[in-house]
Design a protein. Structure first.
Length: 346
């Protein structure tokens, strides 16, 4: 029964990847605040430090075939021009169809003061995208003998073995922050580029819209110290959300993190708790543990517990690791003025 479930699930996934009538979806990270440029280009330089980070995600390890995703980012804040710059590298791999997507992007953001410790950041990103797939080992229903189960050589499909497609992609974002709250909005794939492997076919990558924000509650009672935007003795609770829409799907993440430096504990709910359809979309509950050291090193691990009908026992959920290092580099005139965002660490 499990083998049948796996075959049906992965066949659906594979056809989603190659069909021009279906729409591709972006990779999602549970620790999306530890991958800020992927979430919102306006977050480039938002820490008002220099950051280097990597993320790794393995989704559905319980199946014979799974999804793996990698991401690396670098961003830096230029105090003299109130601007952030950054670069990002993303890669995802779907093993059954040997489908991979690679992205290299450059990001810029500008920070404007709205009031006392209230700021607005706007940003944009330009990316070069490469989609590569090998379809030579796919098995179609027309190849299977319904009497013996034997697999024949020719499927009747006119697909080539290897496909490659490149295109340029654009994203925009904005971010408002003050000492304890933030709200952002981002739009990815604003030109909805054609991602079809087949000549003469048009399969648009749907625009992804995201609204995210949160509020930090300080529990330190004034005992925490701040120096060069690095806090020590921190104790706080942060509540946050992230709503995404990429046709035809919508998703809401709701979460909370407790920060008792250096330990960070968090929990997320992912799904749509109230829906117009008869059955609510409950996808997963995410548990997170992180270490945030005073030297600028942040390490996080999270696990997605599947609560949908797929079942955590079948899929194995998802495992995710993030590593990030923040430091001051270059001219730091104006550092420590508390204009960096107070958001989630992971």
């Amino acid at each position: 029964m499990r083998n049948t479930f796996t075959l049906l699930t992965l066949t659906l996934i594979s056809w989603t990847c190659i069909s021009s009538s279906l729409m591709a979806q972006d990779v999602q990270y549970s620790q999306f605040y530890s991958n800020p440029l992927y979430l919102n280009p306006a977050m480039a330089g938002a820490s008002e430090m220099t950051r280097i980070g990597v993320n790794y995600r393995n989704q559905w390890p319980g199946l014979d075939q799974s999804f793996t995703s990698y991401s690396a980012h670098f961003d830096h804040y230029l105090f003299n021009v109130n601007s952030g710059i950054g670069v990002i590298f993303n890669r995802s791999e779907q093993s059954m169809a040997n489908l991979s997507v690679t992205e290299i992007g450059a990001t810029y953001s500008y920070r404007a003061r709205l009031g006392f410790r209230s700021f607005l950041r706007v940003g944009g990103q330009v990316s070069y995208m490469d989609r590569d797939a090998y379809f030579g080992n796919l098995v179609f229903g027309s190849q299977i003998d319904d009497q013996t189960g034997a697999i024949g050589d020719f499927s009747g499909e006119n697909l080539g073995a290897d496909f490659n497609h490149q295109f340029v992609d654009y994203s925009l974002g904005m971010l408002w922050t003050n000492e304890n709250a933030w709200f952002g909005f981002s739009a990815h794939h604003i030109t909805q580029p054609n991602i079809s492997f087949l000549d003469g076919q048009n399969s648009q990558l749907p625009m992804k819209l995201s609204a995210h924000g949160g509020y930090r509650i300080d529990l330190s009672g004034g005992a925490a110290r701040n120096f060069m935007n690095q806090r020590s003795g921190t104790r706080d609770i942060t509540l946050a959300f992230n709503f995404k829409n990429q046709e035809p799907f919508s998703q809401l993440d709701l979460g909370a993190q407790v920060n008792i430096q250096p330990l960070v504990l968090g929990v997320w709910y992912r799904g749509i708790p109230v829906s117009e359809v008869t059955q609510s979309n409950h996808e997963s509950v995410i548990a997170l543990v992180g270490i945030s050291l005073g030297n600028g090193l942040d390490v996080g691990y999270s696990h997605d517990f599947t609560i949908s009908s797929l079942g955590n026992g079948n899929t194995g959920g998802a495992n995710e690791i993030s590593i990030r290092y923040s430091f001051l580099a270059g001219s730091a005139k104006g550092a420590g003025r508390k204009s960096s965002m107070p958001c989630f660490k992971y």
